[in-house]
Design a protein around this ligand. Sequence first.
Ligand SMILES: [Zn+2]
Ligand SMILES: [Zn+2]
Length: 160
Amino acid sequence: MNLIDTVNQLWTQILEVTQIFVMPDWGGVIGLLPVLVVLGLIGPFITFTMLGALVYMLRKPRVKVAFEEGPRVAEIGPGGDPVYPVGLPHCRRDGLVYPSGTLRCERCHDELAVTCPMCGLGRSALADTCSNCGLVLKVRPRAIAVRPTTGPKPGGAAAA
Ligand SMILES: [Zn+2]
Ligand SMILES: [Zn+2]
């Protein structure tokens, strides 16, 4: 009898102690919930957004520099005839302008023509030297190097 009373008393004390301990603790956790939600959900979201922005910023210049692939339709001039950009291969039959380095038309499989940047004379895109002015138009993919053949040759001064 005495023992049961003691146990009951002890149990009540334990419950009271746990109530004091647990209740404010849980209340604190619930109070911290918005903070935890912010840290747990919005935190990674902000991190991913910043990472995404960083990746976008890093990739953006490459996208800007990217060249247009494939042929495009030549612009029509005031005379009603298509105007071809100087130095770019083009097909007069289809009115298409091709990126530098293209030699044959994708549509009619004919040789492409190139207008000389120096004298304006048209010639085949297969020939890299102008028959009229001798300008060498090296057609490399995505790059045009214009080098006139007139003038001192490299290495000429060293040989003299
Ligand atoms: Zn063509
Ligand atoms: Zn020329």
